[in-house]
Design a protein around this ligand. Structure first.
Ligand SMILES: Nc1ncnc2c1ncn2[C@@H]1O[C@H](COP(=O)(O)OP(=O)(O)OP(=O)(O)O)[C@@H](O)[C@H]1O
Ligand SMILES: [Mg+2]
Length: 362
């Protein structure tokens, strides 16, 4: 049920709540209902949205823990060594993010400015988020992992506030890295965005331009599957001046990912080279799912037979045959988009890789 009465009931419940989290929940529910109501009753749109905004802010204030701003706990395991391949990307991050903060005087001596950002792009499941997590562990800095869609709010002005708050928090904790995952959802092309969404990019630009000053030690990492959707102003030098392609793993990396994944499971002798050869064009996530699938075969048997059997190469072969890669659809779409928008010069690696994989994948 979604009418004014229901909204008032939520507000009443919120006011009568004994704990703040419960009250926050009711306020946010009421705000959500008002948004729906405003969509249904255009003549009262302004009034409902105003009220929704107020209730939303109230609810949000009560939520002591702001989920979007939590600093990720540094996971003990993931470092650059646990990532197969991607040598160039790791080197670039080392040079641009990790080393400048370890040896600032050396970088200053050579007249290098510290800061700016790196935008990673590429097919899904190929290690962008993984690299960001590893960076947090390698660089001893505060790390803000932001799913861009979490910054977004339906309420006018609220997303900009979230962005400003995030940078504020990072400045308080500097040196810090902010990692924007799914970057296209807030850094999208302004010409294609809804009116109020254009301000997100403007706000990002304002924050980023303020980062030049010497006393600010904030670095930005972003990841996207849709680089062609990212606003071009964000891709300029000093902002996300460096765009790095994160391709699907090569032969060596595939074999390494198989090895890393299977190391924690009971196996007979596995021919990792052979597996790498069979999985040309597969993503890291595809390989992970092959390993899961292969593991399930003897596990399910054991549940019936009550006897333990190790994972065999035959299980691995079966799993490869039954797993389809998600990478090929991505390349087809990416190539179409980049060509349609005449952006080939910005993403040369993508076009080249798409050509390389076409005969294998399509
Ligand atoms: N190079 C790699 N080395 C080791 N594991 C990898 C590698 N690439 C991908 N993986 C595995 O695949 C999983 C998915 O990777 P990740 O989440 O980093 O992909 P992504 O590029 O961020 O994808 P998306 O664009 O969908 O967010 C990882 O958790 C990891 O297990
Ligand atoms: Mg990711």
């Amino acid at each position: 049920m979604c009418d004014e009465k229901a909204v008032m009931q939520r507000v009443k419940l919120a006011k009568g709540s004994e704990n703040s989290q419960e009250a926050a929940k009711y306020y946010l529910e009421a705000a959500q209902m008002l948004v729906e109501l405003s969509e249904k009753t255009p003549e009262k749109d302004g009034e409902f949205m105003d009220m929704a905004n107020k209730l939303y802010l109230k609810g949000k204030k009560l939520k002591e823990k702001k989920t979007i701003l939590k600093t990720t706990k540094k996971s003990a395991k993931i470092t650059f060594d646990s990532i197969g391949g991607l040598h160039e990307l790791k080197e670039e991050i080392r040079f641009k993010i990790i080393e400048p903060f370890k040896s600032p005087e050396l970088f200053e001596y050579y007249g290098k400015s510290i800061g700016g950002g790196i935008l990673m792009y590429g097919p899904p499941g190929c290690g962008k988020s993984l690299v960001a997590k590893a960076t947090a562990n390698e660089a001893n800095m505060a790390f803000f992992h932001v799913k861009s869609s979490d910054l977004k709010s339906k309420f006018v002005g609220e997303t900009e506030k979230n962005i400003a708050e995030l940078f504020e928090k990072a400045r308080e904790n500097q040196p810090a890295i902010i990692f924007f995952d799914e970057f296209e959802s807030i850094g999208g092309e302004r010409s294609e965005a809804a009116a109020h969404e254009k301000n997100f990019v403007a706000q990002l630009l304002t924050e980023m331009d303020g980062m030049d000053s010497k006393d600010q030690k904030i670095l930005l990492l972003a990841a996207t599957n849709e680089p062609w959707s990212v606003d071009s102003a964000l891709r300029r030098e000093g902002r996300f001046g460096k765009t790095l392609f994160v391709p699907q793993p090569d032969f060596e990396a595939r074999s390494q990912i198989f090895e890393l994944e299977m190391a924690k499971r009971p196996t007979e002798e596995i021919n990792f080279m052979k597996l790498a050869e069979m999985t040309k064009g597969f993503s890291g996530a595809d390989i992970k799912s092959i390993c899961e699938h292969a593991t399930n075969i003897p596990l399910k048997e054991s549940l019936v037979t009550k006897k333990k059997r190790k994972i065999s190469m035959k299980d691995m072969n079966t799993a490869v045959k039954e797993t389809d890669s998600i990478v090929k659809q991505w390349y087809a779409k990416a190539k179409r988009q980049v060509e349609m928008k005449h952006m080939g010069e910005f993403f040369p690696d993508l076009i080249q890789r798409a050509r390389e994989v076409e005969p294998i994948l399509l």
